[in-house]
Ligand binder design. Structure first.
Ligand code: B3K
Ligand code: ZN
Length: 864
């Protein structure tokens, strides 16, 4: 059943008031809902409420218990009949949270109750208009056994609590802000809680609580701190204040994705909340900070202003990712954040845009909305907001954002509403910008130069093109914001002039299929960077020569450009090697020489250099190759790493001769230096046994989880008994810590030499379970997404392994299965033999699949 954007109609009735009464029990929770219905559409006399896997006990309309003459019941709905202008409806259902392995609706994790309702989980709690444009004021009463479930939470502020007799207690919550069902949440259980207070800029005191598994409070403080910083930042940068007297975050171990922005009661996967230096890596800390901010920022971009329908998902997700990226840039290092985000975009979103599952940030049809929580909606969505900011200028963008928040507060909005808040100068300009939301695919921007030595004029001929994507063949040009700057052949900045204005950097918009830009004042052919800062999600192809790129990677003032051109040079070198044509690629000595220059710069930043000297992963190289051979690419990467490792040996020795950074410190320099040491170990690991001492020493001396994992990753590549010993030391120390053990599992699943064998063994490890999504992903997700050599093995063994797991996982947790299967999306890039293996594996899974989630993804993947 395909749903189309163009078919949107508002519901016939509104539900302005909702009372929910939960009597919690693992096998039989009773949910009574009292709804006030008010007619919107004057001809209506009936309404269909969604409901799945519910046992209906009774229905009453206006105080009278009614029979099937007043309602129709199906597996997925309850239609109330013969309604008037208004009605008071009471529905009683029973559900079994303990049996809910799909983790949608009300379920149990570690003996505690929690919920996940986005997108369509609420219908597994009771019958309701389970759609984002039905905004209701919720009052919720929760009752549970007192000893086992001492903490009771729901959205909004607590207005009452007390004893309910029989060893039970209750609490009542009122959320004054009308909200759709997907933002509903309930939690009950035994937690260790930490509390704090935040005073908003208008003087309102907010009680903050972070609730975690007993014994874990020490790992909750970083999240609390990140929350307070997020609240302050949203006031300072977007003028957005919090709007309830309480705000809670709860960590649960069983969760289908990262976290959820339920109004006033965010629920997190514990992997994105708990962090201390012993158990979390620096990357984990930064993720916790980012996701705490992201979910908090949804309070405005998502909750106060929600979505008219699910096609608008990008309105809250893309915008909120943009906001969290800006937050992280302000908290940490702006250039590093940009590199991190672009790397993620290229690793996940570009392949999606290039494959069978390509769709625009705002799709126009879907089968299962759950399958549309994609990198395109999230990450390209954020890039589109950044494009808008560039097109409008910082001030125009900021004004438009305030207008958007003010004009749409309390409503369920569309992307059209969002665009209407900005002043683009003309209707045409707004429509052109809006295309970014409507067109799928990554545009390619090409640049060719001409130089007139007589006049000193340089002409840049720019073209943009887009390949057809499934269901979308005609593409119109997009407005691409450029930041252009030039160097001379010695690497000096050239302030050329455009239209009579000389500048070191020109901000221009390219919005047609082809154009020519002219600049004056160039004595020789200059070296342009046209997309400094990477402010548009495009692929760039230029006519720069190898020598010019070496100058650019060493000297461009924009760190992003230096990093990007360096990556390009290393990739060209690796691809040439994988093709057996090493001599035609850029020479590694010269690349290494340019990289060595980074260590000498006055603005040396170790975290930046750690990324600059790290060549692309095999997965990234696969995306740059036709019919890739992962094993050959890996061999080429090893070769390149060895060369860089040797060329940068002095820098490595100098770094390791210094005292290690404070293992507890999270400042930029400490994080950066640990990242640099980790990259050095990664480069050196390509030397195999010869580097084992370095890695073992790093493992023994590791002062925190960042250092332990860096050393273990290096040992995983070196392999052999040293690796196995380190693994067992690690296991003995951490076996009772699930988050750390997830790392132990995934590290082995990513081992390039013998990953397949290891995964088979891991699946029968006593701590392995498909029921826990983190654990399932730590093995199969890690293998399929981050072990390209084994996953794409020539004999199809990698595909078979994942297919078998998916067949077992689908009946347990279809959402997680439908995510892992996406790793097959690149299958058509490979040779016929691999394609045949991938097709057979996918067809096997499809034949066994029961869920629409998994079937939709596989059908589209096979079709593409
Ligand atoms: N909005 C949730 C994601 C819900 C996913 C539903 N399948 C988390 C977030 O993006 O903030
Ligand atoms: Zn989000």
């Amino acid at each position: 059943m395909t749903v189309h954007l163009r078919d949107y109609t508002a519901p016939a009735y509104e539900i302005p008031e909702t009372h929910l009464d939960f009597s919690l029990s693992p096998e039989a929770t009773r949910v009574i809902s009292r709804l006030k219905l008010v007619r919107r559409d004057k001809d209506a006399d009936r309404i269909t409420l969604q409901g799945e896997k519910l046992v209906l006990n009774s229905v009453a309309i206006d105080g009278q218990t009614v029979g099937t003459d007043r309602y129709e019941l199906t597996d997925t709905s309850l239609t109330l009949l013969g309604l008037g202008e208004t009605a008071e409806v009471e529905i009683s259902v029973t559900i079994a949270p303990k049996d809910n392995t799909a983790l949608m609706g009300l379920y149990m994790s570690g003996g505690r109750y929690c919920t996940q309702c986005e997108a369509e989980g609420f219908r597994r709690i009771t019958y309701f208009l389970d759609r984002p444009d039905c905004l209701s004021r919720f009052t919720v009463r929760v009752e549970a056994d007192k000893d086992n479930f001492p903490t009771l939470l729901s959205n909004g502020d607590t207005v009452e609590n007390g004893d309910a007799g029989n060893g039970r207690h209750y609490a009542v919550f009122v959320d004054p802000h009308p909200k759709p069902t997907y933002l509903f949440a309930l939690v009950a259980g035994a937690f260790d809680s930490i509390f704090d207070t935040f005073t908003t800029r208008s003087g309102q005191a907010v009680k903050l609580g972070v609730h975690v598994d007993p014994g874990q409070a020490g790992r909750a403080h970083f999240a609390m701190d990140a929350l307070k910083r997020s609240m302050k930042w949203d006031e300072d940068v977007f003028q957005r204040e919090y709007d309830l007297a309480e705000f809670h975050i709860v960590a649960v171990r069983d969760f289908n994705f990262g976290a959820m922005e339920n109004k006033g009661l965010n629920i997190f996967n514990s992997s994105l909340l708990l962090a201390d230096a012993d158990t979390a890596t620096d990357a984990d800390f930064l993720n916790v900070e980012r996701v705490v901010a992201h979910e908090y920022f949804h309070n405005w971009s998502g909750n106060r202003i929600t979505l008219r329908d699910w096609f608008q998902l990008c309105l809250k997700e893309g915008l909120t990712v943009y906001r969290d990226q800006e937050f992280s840039s302000d908290m940490r290092s702006r250039p590093l954040q940009r590199i991190h985000d672009v790397q993620g975009l290229r690793a996940i979103q570009f392949p999606e845009d290039d494959g069978p599952l390509a769709h625009p940030p705002r799709p126009s049809e879907f089968e299962t909305i759950e399958n549309f929580y994609t990198s395109t909606v999230y990450n390209k969505g954020a890039e589109v907001v950044r494009v808008l900011r560039e097109l409008l200028g910082a001030e125009g963008f900021a004004e438009g954002m305030q207008r958007y928040f003010d004009d749409n507060d309390g409503t369920a909005a569309t992307l059209e509403d969002f665009m209407a808040a900005f002043d683009f100068g003309s209707v045409e300009a707004r429509e052109a910008a809006f295309r970014w939301y409507q067109q799928a695919g990554t545009p390619t921007l090409t640049m060719k130069r001409a130089h007139d030595a007589g006049t000193g004029e340089v002409t840049l001929t720019l073209t943009q093109s887009q390949k057809p994507t499934p269901g979308q063949t005609d593409k119109a040009p997009l407005p691409i914001p450029l930041r252009i700057g030039f160097l001379d052949s010695a690497g000096q900045v050239l302030p050329l002039s455009n239209d009579g204005t000389a500048s070191e950097e020109h901000h221009l918009t390219f919005d047609s299929a082809e154009t020519q830009l002219r600049f004056d004042g160039a004595a020789e052919m200059p070296i342009p960077a046209i997309l400094r800062g990477f402010n548009a999600p495009v692929k760039v192809e230029t006519d720069l020569t190898q020598d010019e790129k070496l100058v650019q990677m060493a000297h461009d003032p924009d760190p992003f450009t230096r990093w990007d051109t360096g990556q390009l040079m290393m990739a060209e070198a690796m691809l040439a090697r994988a093709d057996g044509k090493a001599q035609s690629g850029p020479p590694l000595e010269r690349i290494a020489e340019a990289l060595a220059g980074e260590f000498q710069r006055a603005d040396f930043e170790p975290g930046f250099v750690a990324r600059a000297i790290r060549p692309a992963s095999v997965s990234e190289l696969i995306m740059q190759t036709h019919t890739p051979d992962p094993a050959a690419l890996f061999a080429a990467q090893l070769d390149t790493r060895r060369a860089l490792s040797a060329a940068l040996a002095d820098q490595r020795e100098a770094e390791f001769a210094r005292p290690a950074p404070d293992p507890q410190s999270l400042d930029n320099d400490a994080i950066g230096r640990r990242a640099l040491r980790s990259t050095f170990l990664f480069l050196a690991a390509a030397e195999g046994e010869a580097s084992a001492d370095l890695a073992l020493k790093a493992f023994r001396e590791a002062g925190n989880m960042t250092d332990s994992m860096a050393a273990l990753r290096a040992l995983a590549e070196i392999g052999g008994p040293a690796f196995d010993r380190a693994l067992s030391t690690f296991e003995t120390r951490w076996k009772s810590d699930p988050l750390v053990m997830d790392k132990w599992f995934s590290l082995q699943a990513m081992a390039p030499q013998d990953g397949t064998e290891r995964v088979r063994k891991l699946a029968s490890h006593p701590l392995f379970s498909l029921k826990n999504p983190n654990r399932a992903r730590s093995v199969y997700g890690a293998f399929a997404n981050a072990n390209p050599v084994c996953f794409h093995a020539e004999d199809g063994s990698g595909y078979d392994l994942v297919a078998e797991a998916l067949i077992q996982l689908d009946p347990i947790n279809p959402g997680t299965a439908a995510r892992i299967v996406r790793s097959f999306e690149t299958w058509k890039r490979f040779d016929n033999n691999r394609q045949a293996h991938a097709r057979a594996a996918l067809e096997r899974v499809l034949a066994a699949a029961k869920s629409t989630n998994l079937k939709e993804v596989i059908t589209k993947t096979l079709r593409g």
